[in-house]
Design a protein around this ligand. Structure first.
Ligand SMILES: Cc1cc2nc3c(=O)[nH]c(=O)nc-3n(C[C@H](O)[C@H](O)[C@H](O)COP(=O)(O)OP(=O)(O)OC[C@H]3O[C@@H](n4cnc5c(N)ncnc54)[C@H](O)[C@@H]3O)c2cc1C
Length: 470
């Protein structure tokens, strides 16, 4: 019997498995699809490299760099072109570079004088102390103004969550903003006076964290982790049942038409919230997984297009552009993929990665590929001066893409803690619990490996190999 079963071979499950194995604790990873990586998907074709899920990994924690070193991937790491720092936000139907300094902010055409005054006023807006959980829209309008919400935050929220700012919770989806207000009474004061405290904690703010990928895309990471795990990864295997046994947990699975079961000392569930709700769990103490089906994952389509350099008027130098809803386009935003990383397009061409759908227009995400490409080209014509037909096109539809940490999400997080308390040896980890970004998922995978190790040290020292006790 392998001590630990891990359900899900996305980046969370593979990271947890990799570190447990390094700690000397054998694992089996069960993955229902025919491939590892979960939502991470990179495709090399016709000289292009398309990235359909995440495009970059942010080094927000020392654990990210550590994983890259431990997996032996340092030589394959690809840092972005330093010239690709610029980020654009669309206003007046054109991309405008986001200001990079306080002086730039006060001279940018992105915001009106009224919005600029709102920033100067922000340190004097009293913090909210009544404990009401606000949406990010309510928070921004209260501390800044409606224009900030409509022109900047709406676009940012689309870029991170493909979400609705009127629904996303400040303490759950943007915990650092909530913390800045609680600790310093103001976002601006928190930015200035909190820098030293963040440095001391070894934290790097998401907007300043180094971002990177790999020579052949982010899939390099998940494929390498899977290689290191060898035949411990079982593809096409869907776990349907978990039941607590005297030695731990019995898992039942479906693999093609065959059904089988195995015993494990502990189980990590590193799948999605909606599939957690489908699991049938038998344990002495009642646990309820059904509410996890309520967690909303809006659909998103990724549209990766290649163009001849000469067919695109805009220089496309930078990270990409975000588009607020009020501008009335179909796409949520576009990453200038081949400007970010050098090997994403053949010479004389460029790659643009756009997203359609999310909470803004969920019905569009499931459009047929030709329509997705046509809608994207229509927007790119207006925004970037694209002419002619794409030289490369590929779309991927994610029917349930990113969980929405909406107002009230605390109820689900509490339920996750209750499940773990009532079902010892069952651990929940990943994007539906510890943050939606790739780096959050990696940190979640590292932490759950430590928690499982601790669980064995306390509950089953017999299973714990002597070599790992050092
Ligand atoms: C379109 C898109 C763009 C994104 N862009 C970015 C970005 O640019 N930067 C960033 O930081 N993050 C981004 N993210 C988010 C990031 O990619 C994810 O948060 C992260 O990859 C989640 O990893 P995970 O392992 O937790 O889950 P997943 O990748 O969802 O993996 C879960 C796995 O569990 C398996 N599974 C579920 N239930 C079972 C079961 N019962 N039995 C067996 N297997 C099961 C599933 O098949 C799946 O393979 C993006 C996400 C999407 C969808």
């Amino acid at each position: 019997m392998n001590p630990v079963a891990i359900i899900g071979a996305g980046v969370t499950g593979l990271t947890a498995a990799f570190y447990l194995k390094r700690k000397g604790i054998p694992v089996t990873v069960y993955e229902s699809s025919g491939r590892v990586g979960g939502v991470i998907r990179s495709l090399r074709q016709d000289g292009y490299l398309a990235e359909f899920g995440p495009n970059t990994l942010l080094e927000t924690s020392p654990k990210i760099g550590q994983l890259i070193r431990d997996a032996g991937l340092e030589s394959r790491r690809l840092d972005p072109d330093p010239k690709a720092e610029a980020r654009y936000v669309v206003r007046y139907q054109r991309p405008i570079a986001m200001p990079g300094s306080p002086l730039g902010f006060f001279t940018t055409p992105l915001f009106s004088s009224r919005a600029k005054l709102a920033v100067l006023r922000e340190p004097f807006v009293p913090p909210r102390r009544d404990g009401k959980e606000e949406s990010i829209a309510e928070f921004v309008v209260r501390r800044l103004n409606q224009e900030f919400l409509d022109q900047a935050i709406d676009a940012l929220v689309a870029g991170i969550y493909a979400g609705d700012p009127y629904k996303l919770s400040v303490p759950h989806a943007f915990p650092k903003l909530a913390q800045l207000e609680a600790d310093y009474g103001s976002l601006i004061k928190g930015q200035i006076f909190g820098a030293r405290a963040r440095k001391k904690r070894g934290e790097i703010a998401k907007d300043r964290a180094p971002k990177f990928s790999f020579d052949e895309g982010l899939q390099v990471l998940t494929e390498t982790l899977a290689e290191r795990l060898g035949n411990s990864v079982r593809l096409n295997t869907t776990i349907t049942n978990l039941s607590q046994s005297p030695v731990g947990w019995a898992l039942e699975w479906r693999r093609e038409r065959e059904e089988a079961r195995a015993e494990h000392g502990a189980v990590i569930y590193a799948g999605t919230a909606f599939r957690l709700a489908e699991l049938n769990v038998e344990a002495p103490r009642a646990i309820s997984l059904a509410p996890f089906a309520e967690i909303r994952y809006p659909p998103v389509a990724s549209v990766v297009l290649g163009f001849r350099r000469g067919d695109v008027k805009h220089p496309c130098e930078g990270f990409g552009m975000l588009i607020p809803r009020v501008e009335g386009f179909h796409i949520l935003g576009t990453i200038f993929s081949s400007s970010l990383f050098p090997n994403r397009a053949p010479a004389g061409h460029l790659t643009l990665t756009s997203y359609i759908g999310g909470e803004r227009s969920p019905e569009l995400a499931s459009s047929p590929p030709d329509k997705l490409v046509a809608l994207t080209c229509e927007d790119l014509r207006t925004l970037l001066g694209v002419r002619g037909q794409p030289t490369f096109q590929h779309t991927v539809y994610y029917p349930r893409a990113i969980p929405q940490y909406n107002v009230g999400y605390g109820r689900y997080r509490q339920l996750m803690a209750d499940v773990e308390a009532n079902a010892p040896g069952l651990f929940l980890a990943g994007h539906y619990r510890d943050g939606v970004s790739l780096s959050d998922s990696i940190v979640s995978g590292c932490r759950v490996a430590d928690r499982v190790e601790q669980h064995f040290r306390v509950s089953q020292p017999v299973l714990f190999p002597a070599s790992a006790a050092a």
